[in-house]
Design a protein around this ligand. Structure first.
Ligand code: ADP
Length: 335
């Protein structure tokens, strides 16, 4: 029988999706870290269940890959309800939302990812749904068009955003629970790395787990991505698992250095150095490294700031003394 590349691709995609699914924590006990936030959610879920009411609307904010989607699904599971999933960019017209809202069962969670990207008319359409659990639907067209108020089942809106600042004040104020996810400390990422190794069916040395967690930019999604690649290297090299040696060589091949800095991070630091250490505007940095401003701000900068490589000042980004000294020493080493 001939190999069918399309079927093979589909099989690969679905096994990748299954793997992704298995890596997602399924309940609050499995969710590593974010202690205060998780503790709050436990109380709110328990209280809502005790009263037999839906949970208040929740806004989860935080950088990409920190677990917002995972938490939305966990909330639905802990509440014992279904989770409907959509996203800001997918809802282009109020009509798209009306279809989903009228279909929702009592108490269900409606998860809207990238909620800051909802078009303004759709956002405003959500207001009455969130507050009064009712929406206005226009029936008929032309002269006979009229608006009918349709009651909805009481539901919980869980919004996720990487840019809480872009949400309008009226929208923000309609969420009862505003929770922010922070970058994970290395100790928590290490627990995630070990958990991921177990799900991937591979062993990992203690030192290798520490290195991966230090190189994951405080982000579980990055830790998981690195782990999958390290498993590839370990398997192809016939290693008994992810040893320190495999981790070290593989991280280098992935362009990640011992500080957890990747190629683009280094380009950002070098672009600041070339500008005399700054301050340099975000736009200039984005052009220098060939990324868009949002990516530089959301993906690269938080780690560089947290780790003390750059400073954000009102006049732009500046290189820290630590970064300047390190770049200097790197050059010395390369000569
Ligand atoms: P976001 O929606 O914030 O971009 P996700 O919820 O998609 O992030 O999380 C990315 C991946 O990281 C998930 O598939 C999950 O496997 C993993 N992950 C996220 N948070 C945790 C956590 N606290 N513990 C363990 N794994 C996590």
């Amino acid at each position: 029988m001939q190999n069918d590349p399309v079927l093979e691709r589909r099989a690969a995609d679905s096994s990748e999706a299954r793997l992704e699914q298995s890596l997602r924590p399924q309940n609050l006990d499995e969710f590593v870290g974010q202690g205060p936030l998780v503790a709050n959610l436990r109380v709110y879920v328990q209280a809502a269940k005790g009263r037999g009411e839906p949970l208040d609307h929740v806004l989860l904010s935080g950088l990409p890959g920190l677990g917002k989607t995972t938490l939305a699904h966990i909330l639905a599971r802990e509440l014992g309800v279904a989770c409907r999933v959509t996203s800001g960019p997918a809802l282009t017209r109020p009509g798209d939302l009306a279809g989903i809202l009228t279909d929702i069962a009592a108490g269900d969670v409606l998860f809207v990812d990238e909620i800051h990207r909802l078009p303004a008319p759709v956002e405003e359409y959500l207001y009455s749904a969130m507050e009064d659990f009712a929406i206005d639907i226009t029936i008929d067209q032309g002269q006979s068009a009229r608006s009918v108020r349709v009651p909805l089942q009481r539901f919980t809106l869980v919004g996720a955003t990487t840019r809480e600042g872009l949400l309008s004040a009226p929208f923000r104020s309609r969420f009862g629970l505003l929770e922010k996810l922070e970058l994970y400390p290395a100790s928590e990422l290490e627990r995630i790395v070990r958990r991921t190794a177990a799900h991937l069916g591979t062993q990992i040395d203690d030192e290798a787990a520490r290195r991966v967690s230090r190189c994951s930019r405080g982000t579980p999604r990055i830790a998981n991505r690195i782990m999958k690649r390290l498993r590839d290297f370990a398997e192809v090299e016939g290693s008994r698992g992810i040893t320190t040696d495999v981790a070290e060589r593989s991280l280098a091949r992935l362009g990640i250095d011992a500080h957890g800095l990747g190629t683009t991070d280094r380009k950002i630091l070098v672009s600041l150095e070339r500008a005399g250490g700054g301050p340099v505007g975000l736009k200039t940095i984005a052009v220098a490294v060939g990324e868009d401003e949002e990516t530089v701000e959301d993906v690269y900068e938080p780690f560089l700031v947290t780790e003390g490589w750059i400073l954000r000042t009102p006049r732009g980004r500046k290189l820290t003394d630590r970064a300047a000294a390190w770049l200097e020493s790197e050059r010395g080493g390369a000569q």
